[in-house]
Design a protein around this ligand. Structure first.
Ligand code: CAA
Ligand code: NAD
Length: 284
């Protein structure tokens, strides 16, 4: 039974994950190395919940209870009684491994360690911890409060009990769980989605069409809610590139090479919507 959750990383994903667990009635800690990120994230949740009340999608009581269940913390040691920790920090192996090693010292032996990684091996993350059977992938989709899917990824070492507890926690959120039975880069969704996004950058780089034309073509021609370039901005070009690089390195095929134009945008710091500039320009 999961009765307390901790979310680490209060960026666009961590904030949403904390909000949905809090809304399901579970007290949820939110921690980030930048205290201002936690404040900003809770303020955004409050804004979204207020919008939900105005649109009569949730009651005022739901909003109050959800906000009361969101507990900002400034020290990792405050997470010691969490039954489930969901890590949603930046998409890099070393900081995630380092974090799980620290959590080994803080949490009890039966706390589940979940990663929201988009592409990093759960098996590799697990191998860095003292108790690899407790590590699992819980891959929420962006924006978390809206998207119905959570991919569950079993590392080679993940125990059946940890898998069942994690799955139950996802179903209690009202989400649909789909399990990647094997832990290969990108799991199910990103293995298919990110090569499409990367290809859209090649189409742009080759001058075949403008960003708007590429996005219109895919939106109107294949009924996607957003075109691939707008989606790349929404996800974050830094995250998209990190995923492409893992595919290229670990699957070892040229077809996964990151588009040089995407690399350039990331070098320029044009990470997408979260920084105000990506393929498109946004007002902050
Ligand atoms: N957080 C919470 N709620 C949000 C939100 C956010 N960031 N952005 C939009 N919403 C909500 C709005 O409040 C609105 O809710 P109501 O219907 O209750 O009013 C609803 O979503 C629709 O929003 P809008 O009317 O403003 O805009 P829209 O109809 O264009 O929808 C969208 C926005 C939901 C983002 C839609 O464009 C969409 O589904 N886009 C594709 C998203 C997608 O593919 N996500 C997966 C990305 S890949 C991934 O996550 C995996 C990875 O590892 C990279
Ligand atoms: P983000 O850049 O919006 O947020 C990351 C947050 O982590 C930042 O607030 C940062 O301060 C914090 N952080 C960094 N190192 C930390 C540490 N050691 N301890 C605590 N906090 C730390 O990133 P995001 O888009 O929310 O992505 C987070 C994770 O979720 C990544 O693994 C990403 O691949 C994955 N993911 C992203 C998306 C997406 O659409 N952006 C979708 C699914 C999964």
């Amino acid at each position: 039974m999961i009765s307390k959750v901790a979310v680490i990383g209060a960026g666009q994903m961590g904030g949403g994950i904390a909000q949905v667990y809090a809304a399901s009635g579970i007290p949820t800690y939110l921690y980030d190395t930048r205290a201002e990120a936690v404040k900003k994230s809770i303020a955004l949740s409050e804004k979204l919940l207020t919008k939900g009340v105005e649109k009569e999608k949730i009651s005022k009581e739901d909003k109050t209870r959800t906000l009361a269940n969101l507990i900002p913390v400034t020290e990792l040691s405050a997470l010691k009684d969490a039954d489930l920790v969901v890590e949603a920090i930046l998409e890099q192996l070393a900081p995630k491994q380092e974090l799980f090693c620290k959590l080994d010292e803080v949490c009890s032996a039966d706390t589940v360690f979940a990663s929201n990684t988009s592409s990093i091996s759960i098996t590799k993350l697990a191998a860095a911890t003292k108790n690899p059977e407790r590590v699992i992938g819980l891959h929420f989709m962006n924006p978390v409060p809206v998207m119905k899917l959570v991919e569950i990824i079993r590392g080679l070492q993940t125990s059946d009990a940890v898998y069942e507890r994690s799955k139950e926690s996802v179903i209690k959120l009202g989400k649909t769980a789909v399990t990647a039975r094997r832990d290969y880069p990108g799991f199910i969704v990103n293995r298919i989605l990110v090569p499409m996004i990367n290809e859209a950058f090649f189409v742009l780089m080759e001058g075949i069409a403008s960003p708007e034309e590429i996005d219109d073509a895919m939106r109107l021609g294949t009924n996607q809610p957003m075109g691939p370039l707008a989606l790349a901005d929404f996800v974050g070009l830094d995250t998209c590139l990190a995923i492409c690089r893992i595919f290229h390195n670990e699957l070892g095929e040229d077809k996964y090479r990151p588009c040089p134009l995407m690399v350039k945008y990331v070098e320029a710091g044009w990470f997408g919507k979260k920084v105000g500039r990506g393929v498109y320009t946004y007002f902050q």
